[in-house]
Design a binder for this molecule. Structure first.
Ligand code: TXA
Ligand code: MG
Length: 333
């Protein structure tokens, strides 16, 4: 049965070893990272990677991030990176930063969608790191959701979307960061932000200096083919609001995603608050689970309050804009 929790297992030593065995024999494993849950396959096994695309119903033009557990694994997948990339690796790995590098021919084309580059990340999660080490090879893993839908921040989110089409789901609890990794490429003109994410831009700029941010958070970035404007969507349509006055009075079936607080007299079906203290880190960690809960409540529309676009707020707004875009051109642009 789809959504059945039968294939969820606690991420203890024994199950990690079993999961690594599944990866080595070409199977798929859902596993926790600090950002979101990943759907992993042996990065060097093109058939296994093809299964990721099938299970996620993901278009083949959308390349997949390769996860490693040790700096020594970089030369397995990429040419020696330039010094600027080395500095970022030293500063932020393991952590929520994905770096785009020149790909070695050993990485199957299906992983990179035929690009000459490969996106590489070392996750800061003990279960992810042990799984990759135990498997003894880099692990290709997109977020473990159906294409275009909300990323999972718990094992049960993975089971709800992918069910038993995954061979095993390792349960490592809630993801602490809650947003996908930041993706960065060093282009000819300098570092370019391909996706805002769990590592704030300000942190990166302390190391690299000014990072080029293509257009606004809501724009599609052609260089990261998965960055379609409709990504990261709950089932219900979403509208961004500046204030609660924007919510029409007849909204009893709507849901509200508030940043810090919502007025007590709002007549809506369900209200979720991201962070009562206005802590963007907490808001990021709770974003997808709040959206999942609004979906589960069966709301017909979600009104999402804007958050300040500093630090992790940039990535939060990016995800909200994309969710809104799914329903046609956004009204605020
Ligand atoms: O936090 C994360 O990054 C999570 C966890 C599981 O690690 N993974 C994740 O993967 O978010 P996914 O597949 O949902 O998003 C990966 C993004 C896609 O937008 C894809 O287009 C981009 O990375 N990407 C992958 N390889 C690329 C490359 N060589 N050049 C540019 N973008 C690339
Ligand atoms: Mg994804």
């Amino acid at each position: 049965m789809q959504g059945s929790p039968v294939n969820i297992f606690p991420a203890d030593r024994e199950n990690i070893v079993r999961a690594a065995g599944i990866l080595k024999s070409g199977g798929l494993v859902g596993f926790p990272t600090e950002t979101v849950y990943g759907l992993g396959a042996d990065a060097f096994n093109p058939e296994a990677v093809a299964a990721i695309f099938e299970v996620k119903r993901r278009p083949y033009f959308d390349p997949i991030i390769v996860h490693i557990a040790d700096h020594e694994q970089v030369p397995l997948v990429a040419f020696t990176p330039p010094a600027r990339i080395e500095r970022l690796m030293a500063a932020f790995w393991p952590g929520p930063l994905t770096l785009v590098m020149e790909k070695l021919p050993s990485v199957p084309d299906i992983v990179t969608a035929g690009l000459t580059t490969v996106a590489v990340r070392m996750p800061a999660h003990p279960v992810a790191l042990s799984l990759i080490r135990e498997a003894g090879r880099p692990v290709a893993a997109p977020s473990a959701n159906l294409f275009g839908r909300l990323s999972p921040t718990s094992a049960s989110h993975v089971a709800l979307q992918l069910g038993d089409r995954v061979d095993m789901i390792l349960d490592g609890g809630e993801c602490t960061v809650g947003l996908e990794s930041t993706i960065l490429k060093i282009g000819e003109g300098g570092p370019v932000l391909l996706r805002p994410g769990g590592l704030p831009l300000e942190e990166i700029e302390k190391i690299t200096g000014k990072v080029i941010v293509p257009l606004t958070a809501a724009d599609a970035i052609p260089e990261a083919p998965g960055q379609l404007p409709s990504h990261y969507s709950p089932s219900a349509p979403l509208r961004l609001i500046d204030g609660f006055d924007d919510i029409p009075p007849d909204s009893t079936n709507a849901g509200v995603l508030a940043f810090m607080t919502a007025p007590g007299n709002l007549r809506v079906k369900k209200i979720e608050v991201l962070s009562e203290n206005g802590d963007l880190r907490e808001a990021a960690a709770r974003l997808f689970s709040c959206l999942h809960r609004l979906d589960e409540a069966g709301v017909d529309l979600i009104y999402a309050q804007r958050v300040p676009e500093t630090g992790l707020g940039m990535a939060i707004m990016n995800r909200l804009c994309r969710a809104e875009n799914r329903n046609g051109p956004p009204r605020h642009l």
